[in-house]
Design a protein around this ligand. Structure first.
Ligand SMILES: *Cc1c(COP(=O)(O)O)cnc(C)c1O
Length: 406
């Protein structure tokens, strides 16, 4: 029999950048009885989560919720706004940007990829000036959409989306702006309306602290207009029927009721703290993690200090060290899962997630596992990252509400 409750002792440290650790409050909410998705109680739940998600996306425009992983919401963004053969400009920040481009190609779109000049392609964010120059050169306006990843989960680089919007405007180009914030939303600052994004794409199992299984499109008025003319085949993903039924709190097909309980609970938790506080809490944790990596004398994957991700840190291995061998030791000896290097950086780096249900001490535990594992793998460390992170956390008070002793 497969033991799904395999439990060596204590808690497992799920330090991958998604799925992230799910708070107990959210897990308990999922265990409420499944209700009639056409009944009156369901409508109240549907309307609540739709309203909550607008706050999370910082938008007044429609948010669509799909019973699908993030990949489904990627596809939905494209099929609702584009037609076969349409030319889209995509920016290769890392593995997820690459996968989105592969998906767009399979849908029959003509993709053009821009990437960082030079060798370090997967260590940087979107350079908006390259997009602006490309759009200015597109005098016939054949490019229909610009697709970028906000928080590139394969590298730990968070791109400046407001700068991309400015670049499109500066080029006076009508292309839609489609943004993947699957791992950024609800942990890294994200503003759908203010940044002028046409379709924002997100998923449940990263910053939103839920299990995998739901994903989102936040859409602009311009994207809705485009959806009326877009002819890529769509049925399940079509926004129009969903938006229509959502007006009364329902969906055309069966939504995943128990995950929507979880979503409601997670939104309550995020909004109780306030988004500003949530963003600051991840920035503070990220600084502690980087203090550790710097003290070890290892390189951070993100080469641009202004674009460090608040939700994960990519740690590069010295020449001759296989990052996956290090991860294996940490997993087997210390019951801690770290993110593998994906695609071009496989074996060269690992990723530590600091999103979902964390606190200073769970992150310290993860860093202890990393430090012991790195030493066991024969990595020569310059100093103690654990000590550096302790120094950081003890000298910077937590931003979230703390318990008070009697
Ligand atoms: C996780 C992730 C995806 C893929 O989402 P799935 O839920 O695995 O389908 C896409 N983009 C980014 C940036 C991600 O982090």
């Amino acid at each position: 029999m497969l033991r799904l409750d395999f439990h060596p002792t204590g808690r497992h440290f799920l330090q991958i950048p998604g799925p992230s650790p799910v708070p107990d409050r959210v897990l308990r909410a999922m265990s409420y009885p499944t209700i009639d998705h056409r009944g009156p109680e369901f409508a109240a739940l549907g309307l609540k989560v739709l309203a909550d998600m607008k706050k999370i996306f910082q938008t007044k425009q429609p948010v669509i919720i799909y019973p699908a992983s993030g990949t489904g919401a990627w596809e939905a963004a494209l099929v609702n706004t584009l037609s076969a053969g349409d030319h889209v400009l995509m920016y290769e920040t890392g593995h997820f940007a690459f996968l989105w481009q592969k998906l767009a190609t399979r849908l029959g779109l003509k993709t053009e990829v821009i990437s960082h000049p030079g060798a370090e392609v997967w260590r940087h964010g979107v350079q908006a000036s390259l997009i602006e120059a490309r759009l200015k050169a597109d005098t016939g306006h054949t490019i229909r959409a610009v697709c970028v990843v906000h928080n590139e989960t394969s590298t730990g680089v968070t791109s400046d989306i407001a700068a991309v919007r400015k670049a499109i405007d500066a080029a006076k180009h009508p292309a839609l702006l489609l943004v993947d914030t699957i791992s950024g939303l609800a942990s890294a600052d994200y503003r759908h309306d203010e940044w002028g994004v046409d379709v924002s794409i997100s998923g449940s199992q990263k910053g939103l602290m839920l299990p995998p299984g739901i994903s989102f499109n936040a859409v602009s008025a311009k994207a809705l207009e485009a959806s009326k003319k877009a002819t890529l085949p769509k049925a399940f993903w079509a926004w129009d029927e969903i938006i229509e039924m959502n007006k009364t709190g329902y969906w055309p097909s069966t939504p995943n009721t128990n995950l929507l309980y979880a979503l409601s609970e997670a939104c309550d938790m995020l909004l109780e703290h306030g988004l500003e506080t949530v963003f600051a809490r991840h920035q503070r944790w990220a600084k502690g993690m980087r203090a550790a990596v710097n003290a070890w004398g290892l390189q951070i994957q993100c080469a641009d200090a202004s674009l460090y991700s608040p939700v994960l840190t990519g740690v590069m291995m010295p020449q001759g060290i296989d990052a996956d061998a290090v991860r294996k030791i940490i997993y087997e000896r210390f019951d801690c899962s770290l993110g593998t290097g994906l695609g071009k950086v496989k074996g060269k780096m690992f990723r530590i997630g600091h999103l979902g249900d964390c606190n200073d001490l769970t992150l310290m535990a993860a860093l202890s596992g990393c430090e012991m594992g790195l030493k066991l793998a024969g990595v020569k460390l310059a100093g103690s990252g654990v000590q550096a992170a302790m120094d950081h956390f003890s000298s910077h008070a937590a931003v979230v509400p703390q318990r008070k002793a009697a």
